[in-house]
Structures are given as C-alpha cells and as structure tokens.
Design a protein around this ligand. Sequence first.
Ligand code: ADP
Ligand code: MG
Length: 683
Amino acid sequence: MLNIWVFKSLQELVGVGPKVEEVLKRLGITTTKDLLFHLPNRYEDRTTIVDLVHVIPGYPQLLEGEITSQNLIPGRRLQATLTFEDLTGAARIRLFHFSRAYLSTLKGAYKVRIFGEARMNQGSLEFVHPEISVFKRDPPPLDDRLTPIYPATEGLSQAKIRDLVRQAFLAGPDNYALEELLEPRYIRDRPALWEALLAVHQPARGLPPARCIERLALEELLAHRLLLLTRRDDYIRFHAPQISESALPMRQRLRELLPFKLTQAQERVLIEIDGDLAQGHPMLRLLQGDVGSGKTLVAAFAALPLIQAGFQVALMAPTELLSKQHANKFSQWMKPLGISIGLLVGSMKIASRRLMLEKMQTGQVQLIIGTHALFQNEVKFGNLGLVIIDEQHRFGVAQRLMLREKAVILTPHQLIMTATPIPRTLAMTQFADLDVSIIDELPPGRTPVETRLVSQTRDADVAERLDVQFSEGGQAYWVCTLIEETDQSQAEAAESRLEKLKALLPHRNIGLIHGRIKSDEKTALMQAFSDHQLDLLVATTVIEVGVDVPNANIMVIENPERLGLAQMHQLRGRVGRGTRVSYCILLYGESISQQSKERLTLLKEINDGFELSEADLRLRGPGDVSGTRQTGDLNFRVANLSAHAHLLDEVADLAHQIRNDKPQIKALLIDRWISQEALFVHV
Ligand code: ADP
Ligand code: MG
C-alpha cells in the first residue's frame, strides 16, 4: 500500500544537491512530501514599514531609511556602529560580524530596509545585527504577505526553505503527498488539506485562518494517536499471565494486616486492574491519583495475584531513595505473607549485585524493587509477570514497549503510576497507549494542608514558627530550589541554608540531604527523620517524590517560583499525611514577578491536584509541565495542546473509527506527519 506513494526526490528541485540534501535530512526532510509538511512555527510581518517614533522595543519590525554615519570601535573584538535615520528619528545599529567591503556597500546605499528587534541602550534605540537590505534606487514594493519562519538548521537559510517549499507546491494538488486521506465525513466542513497547507505556508493576508490550522492539527493529532494505538496493539497482541481468581488468599491476608480499609476509589481501580489481568494479554494501564491517594498500596494489591500464581513482579522507582523506601514499605506488607523481596540499585557492591541478579534469574525473589537499573540489558528475570513503574514520567512510550524484551515466555503486564495527576490533554496524547484508572478520593482523616505565601526576608519568623511546631512534636522539611540544577550548586544552597537554620535553632536536630550525599547516608538520614531523631530536614528537591513520613507537618519551599505548580503540589503532598494540622510555606524571593506571585496564589487556593495540573498546563504550556517534558513525544508541527484541546475527543473518536474501518490509511497518516527520525526516537 505504501508503495503507491512515490515521492519526488529532493534532488529534482532546483538548488538541491547532495550537500543541501544532507542538511535537509537533519530536519527530517527526505522527500518533497516532507517539505510540504515542514510547517512554519511563526510568522514575521514585513508588510508594513514602521516609523522609528512608533517602534516598539522587543518586537521584530521593518524600517526604511538611510545609514548616515559609520563608526568603527576597536576593542577585543572590532565593532561597527551605524546611525540609521528615517524621517522621524535616528537609531543605532551595532554590528559584530562584518567586512570592510560590506561597510562600503552600506555607505553607497541610497536606501536601506532593516528588519529586527529594537532595544533601548544608553537612552537610545538600538538594533543589534538586524537584517539589512541595501537598495541603490527606490526599493521594490513591500511583501503583501506575512513571512513564514520555519524550523531551520545551520547551513539552511529561511529564504532557501521558502523557495524549496514553493517548488514542492508547484507539483500541484494532484501530488500524491497531498491526497486526502480522510473522508469528507471525517473532515466535515473544514478546508481541504491542499488549501490548508497553502494557507499556512503562504498566508494570503494576515495570519492563516484558524480553520486551516485546525484542519492540519486534526490530522496531525490523529496521526500521533494512531501511532500510539498501533504500538499498543503491537504490544497487547502478546500473551501475558492470565489471572482469573479474584478472591485470593494473599489479598485477604494483606487486608487483615492493614490498620485501615481501602478507599472506595482504591477498590474500584483494583477491579479495573483485575479485569485486565484476566484477559490473557498484557495490561497497559496508567494509574492516576493525587499525592497521598494511596497508589502504592494499590500497586501492592495488584502484585499479589501474580506472585501467588508464581510470577515475579518488578517495581521501578525514580530514585534509590524511593526504591529503598518502597522496599521497606513492601516488606512490611508482604514479608508476613511469605513473599521474598529484593532490591537492585546502582550503588550496590558488585558481589551483592551479582547475587541479586542470580536470584532474579532463578526466580528466588518474587518482588524486585529498584531504579532503572532493573531494566538494563544484563538483568534477566526468571518469570516476570508484572512491571510497576512508579512516578517515572521520563519513562516514555519507547521504554514502555521495550519491556517486552524482558519477557521469557509471557509478556509482562504494566502498571504505570504518575506522581501527580496529568492534565487530560496530555493523558489523551502522550499516554494514549494506556488505559487510565483514576483514584479520585483521599484516604479519610486527611486535613487539607494550609498554604501560606511568605517573603524570604521573614525567614527568621518562619524558623520561630517551626520551633513552636517542634515543641508540639511536629517535624518539617525545608526544601531549597535552584535554577541551575547542578548537584553542586544545589548542595551549596542547601548547605548555606542549613548553617543559617542551625544558628536560628541551635537546640534542634537538623539534617541535610542533597544529591551529593552518598546513597547509604541518604537512606540513614531519611530513616533518622522518619524515626523522629531529626526535627528538621533541609533538602534539595531530591525528596520531591514519594517520601512518606506521616508525622511531618510543615513543608517550607524556598524560591518556589522556580518550580512548576505540579511539582510544588507534589512537595506539599509530603505533609498532611498524619493527624496534625499541616502547613506549606512558600518562601518567595524578593525579586519575584507579579505573575509568579499569582501562580503561587493558585497553589494557595487550589488543593486538588487534578485542578492544579490543568492550571499548570495553561500557564506553562505542554513542553514544560512537571514531569512530562520528555522524549519529544509532544513535538507537534502545528497542533498546540492549549489551542486544540477541543479537538481531542473528535480525534479519539476518529482514531477509533479508522482503526476499525480503514486500517489501510493508518500507516499513510503516520508516515505523512511523523518523520522517520521521530519514529526512531519513539521506538
Ligand atoms: P501516593 O503514592 O498515591 O502519593 P501513597 O501510596 O504513598 O500515596 O500513600 C500515602 C499514605 O497513605 C501512605 O502512608 C499509605 O500507607 C496511606 N494509605 C494508603 N491507602 C490508605 C487508606 N485506604 N486509608 C488510610 N491510609 C492509606
Ligand atoms: Mg507514591
């Protein structure tokens, strides 16, 4: 089917030789079809000339005038400053790369047009390296269209890309690349593909109409969804352990051991999981729940029937610290059931590592907990039945599907747990290969955390308040954040904070934990905090995920403005787990912007993780929402999750129909929108 699409090779275009072809390849462009789907990511307006008096600094604008003087400034690097004048005023142009010949061309100019962003410097307008076009007589008429700006790469100018796209279009609407793959009933009253693409590459007047962009976004989102579904289908074709008994003795015994009952939401999710386990095909399920909603316990319950049926379960956590904590927790729950538990982390001594690997391969350990070290090549499982991935956002589609390689005969089931809820739009795009279960209820008896905004200048007052809480038996975390996320700078910030706090609270026991502290020591420190030998734990964001010390009731976050809302919420979720009234203190920096302050206020007002994740997405955009920045899954060409969220239900529906009725266009759509390189990254 794919063969009927014979695309023109790039070398048939004027101006493409082996060298340009190589450069285009870096952009994922290997055929003329790829050129047509290489879409501009923004536009520049060269349709009007702006007078100097009306220039707005910070926006690219087109000006026309004369160069009235030139100055060479010697220094470590030779600079040229030029004076540019139009009828309304004068500005400075600063050049760093230029030749003398170029300067004399400028001197001989009758008129110049410059395009660039102005800034204010020493009281006057200045352009640094604007684009300068030189004219010997009256300049030609202005463009009547916006100029598309394409994703580019070194060795390929915008003008070149524009010209190649124009040539690719000359093939006309019969070009196979532009064949309508979607039936009219799917497209409804939206413009044709040809029309939409043309409008985006060569907008008539003003920005391309939203309906044209939407037409393309629909197809692109559909292609991505179909790709994920295809990969899902490929995975779940395999056989997996089939578990059908539901009233299992091991689960019953764990229920009896627990000092509390599962919440209704936890019970409901377990039923959903059991439904998957009974299929005989691998489960691919995403478990979402707010911090503290008890996802870990659900994971334990999900593991039991597999273990009872003689399979191994692997639990992967993002850090060693969390792996060890899970190992403790699961030991409490599972050792009484006679289950053997193993830990595999990077810092293990060679001998004990080798021993553990052997136990895993022979099936002596039934539950194995660890970091991503679990899935390295030399790790072999005897009989892996279920993989649980805890709070590991960077574990993308590709890695999920590679777990098949750990299969012996049967392919393992997968349960993926998120740290905080994921906005619906992301769940529907990035995690479209997974079924979703949601725990929408917190265990009873939790008191919502009271969130306060306090200026950093009042850190001594905060310390005083902590002191009062310590006297009443409480404990606190003090989290230091840094923009530069090197271990060293973080460690330094945390250390200097520790010194200050020690001076303010000399009679208290204060611990310090950061990325440069050895793994064993970290564990010991966490244990000491957990045993209440420490009142206060100063930490970097290493404690961000998963730490569970119910007696801790205050979380201080220093410079919270540097974190995303979801990340702060995750930190805040470390407290409020016991019976004490709990506080989260956002200790903001002096120079914080009004916008950041408003963002922090959201955290104060919203306690629900699902609501916050949506707000976070709105504020920061999809690329950056905590934990979801990753494998390039979200590198859309036109689609934009904020602008096109309303299409997602339609896309899901269309994908479903195409999967059932028109499987032959699946591959065509995927190939059209997702470059070979990107496909490779996905796998
Ligand atoms: P999550 O991973 O979802 O953030 P955890 O699994 O760490 O949450 O659970 C938070 C705390 O709540 C743990 O101490 C856990 O033992 C406890 N917990 C879990 N389920 C319940 C329940 N149904 N009732 C009371 N406490 C629970
Ligand atoms: Mg957890």
